[in-house]
Design a protein around this ligand. Structure first.
Ligand SMILES: *Cc1c(COP(=O)(O)O)cnc(C)c1O
Length: 503
């Protein structure tokens, strides 16, 4: 009896304490301005309203030591202590990924309405798992996937996919589906051949390793001057590998490469993949959503012939980071690689009209990613997305022409919205080391200013500056700012060169 009584007393005590976790709820209703919510929203408001004046990059890349003063502890901390601390570690260090001046890597921006979607997903704790548990979240995700399949041109009845945390995991999932569909079992791995160009995103190599395929034979297919896969070379390589008793099983094409936005010849590769029975995967993590524009559709003709496609909403749909997507022509392939039955899942009866993301992905309790994508699409409609994407392509073309006028060399004409350029003054022609050094210096100077942030890449030992225009907040003023900065920096360089010469 005593034990039961003390158990009940203890429960009561624990409940009184644990109910504190529910506190915001009540306070929210009472005051409509619960301190933490108030602090979070006012920070968000201030952040967004001052964003145009904020830097895109601050050179300070220090470890936010302040966080060490906030260990996880038993006692609560007041909101007016926690939020100012958060702010201190957020502001003025390194990259401001929300800035329109972010012209490096692949930006996206992060739409505010997506944050509201995340907020509601978290508040309701809805998740996108098996249909039986969360029909609305699953249906929403499936409808978004269906829409993406439509964009690519996949047949509606058989295709499918799911939202991932990003392009790397989306590529991994496609590779795993390909591996299983093409029966690349362990003993066969060392004789199995994968084809792509040097432009392939490094995550594909990482994914192959994670998928247990590191011992596959990797063939780098030669490229044209525009960094696009040479289909004729692909075919020759496959034929030679077949003659040598190897097993060609996967070709990965880029639709918008990270270095220069190159698009491999999708139709030609599809012909070859079909002829030799290879799985055809397209990494369109960056380029995929340009399908929303007329130009993008023309440039990516043939994309529907791929067995799998990756496209990142946190790039071309401007969603916050943590939003990718993998779609496949035959959704059964994903299902075969991922589905599982477990005894504690016996209530979750399969519902055949609707595929459950938990059955075609490695995840079970999955974030309700769909809401952050769905909400902005509903509230804005597609028009501003199409306009923004076209604007980004044109801004890149504008930069291409203008930077040449400043005396810069450029790489190929940008297929989408990423391009490379570098400064090669007359007196340095032929001196690769010095040219590389000079351009690295230019990058440092641009980023030291920080109003815009740029990155670089290395191609055949040559250092190239890189422009990537994809944040929805990037407009003509950012590009003009970069151009002016480049003009100023190259003039300074010329001046110091003359001084050196005269000395
Ligand atoms: C960004 C990118 C990736 C990697 O995607 P994450 O979302 O960063 O994981 C893969 N491939 C291409 C072409 C990309 O642009």
């Amino acid at each position: 009896m005593d034990t039961l009584l003390s158990l009940q007393n203890r429960l009561q005590e624990l409940e009184a304490i644990s109910r504190k976790l529910e506190q915001p709820d009540e306070a929210f209703r009472k005051h409509a301005s619960e301190p933490a919510a108030e602090a979070a929203f006012s920070y968000a408001h201030e952040f967004l309203s001052t964003l145009p004046d904020q830097k895109a990059f601050v050179e300070d890349v220090t470890t936010p030591k302040l966080l060490q003063q906030y260990p996880v502890q038993d006692e609560p901390r007041p909101a007016d202590e926690v939020f100012p601390a958060l702010r201190k570690v957020f502001d003025n260090v390194s990259l401001n990924a929300a800035s329109g001046g972010h012209l490096a890597y692949i930006p996206g921006g992060g739409l505010y309405y997506a944050a509201l979607g995340d907020y509601l997903a978290a508040v309701t704790n809805k998740y996108s798992t098996v249909f039986y548990i969360s029909p609305a979240a699953v249906k929403m995700e499936n409808l978004l996937i269906r829409w993406m399949c439509g964009l690519v041109g996949y047949p509606v009845d058989k295709s499918g996919g799911y939202l991932t945390s990003g392009g790397s995991l989306a590529n991994l999932s496609a590779i795993v589906a390909a591996r299983d569909a093409k029966q690349v079992k362990a003993e066969r791995v060392p004789r199995s051949v994968v084809y792509f160009t040097h432009q392939v995103h490094h995550c594909v190599l990482k994914d192959l390793r994670v998928a247990g395929l590191a011992e596959c034979v990797i063939r780098e297919v030669p490229m044209t001057d525009a960094y696009e896969m040479r289909a004729d070379a692909l075919q020759e390589m496959i034929e030679e590998d077949l003659r040598n008793q190897l097993y060609p099983w996967l070709v990965v094409a880029s639709a918008g490469s990270t270095d220069v936005s190159a698009i491999d010849p999708l139709n030609d590769i599809a012909d070859i993949a079909e002829k030799y029975g290879l799985w055809f995967h397209i990494d369109a993590a960056y380029g995929g959503f340009f399908l929303l524009t007329e130009t993008g559709r023309k440039k990516m003709k043939g994309i529907h012939r791929a067995d799998s496609v990756v496209m990142d909403p946190h790039k071309g749909l401007f969603m916050p980071y943590g939003t990718g997507a993998v779609i496949v022509k035959d959704v059964q392939t994903l299902w075969r690689s991922n589905h599982f039955d477990a005894n504690y899942m016996q209530d979750a009866i399969p519902y055949h009209d609707e595929i459950s993301p938990a059955d075609i992905s490695p995840e079970l309790s999955r974030h309700f990613r769909g809401l952050r994508v769905w909400l902005p699409l509903q509230l804005y409609g597609l028009k501003p997305f199409r306009a923004a994407l076209e604007e980004k392509m044109l801004l890149t073309q504008y930069f291409y022409h203008e930077v040449k006028k400043l005396g810069f060399e450029t790489g190929p004409f940008p297929e989408l919205s990423v391009m490379i350029y570098r400064y090669v003054p007359e007196h340095l022609k032929g001196n690769t080391a010095a040219i590389n050094e000079l351009n690295a210096r230019i990058l440092k100077k641009v980023n030291a200013d920080g109003k815009v942030f740029i990155s670089s890449t290395s191609l055949n030992g040559e250092y190239w500056l890189r422009l990537a225009v994809l944040s929805f907040r990037t407009h003509r003023n950012h590009i003009d700012y970069l151009l002016q900065l480049l003009k100023k920096i190259t003039e300074e360089e010329k001046l110091s060169e003359t001084k050196l010469h005269n000395a």
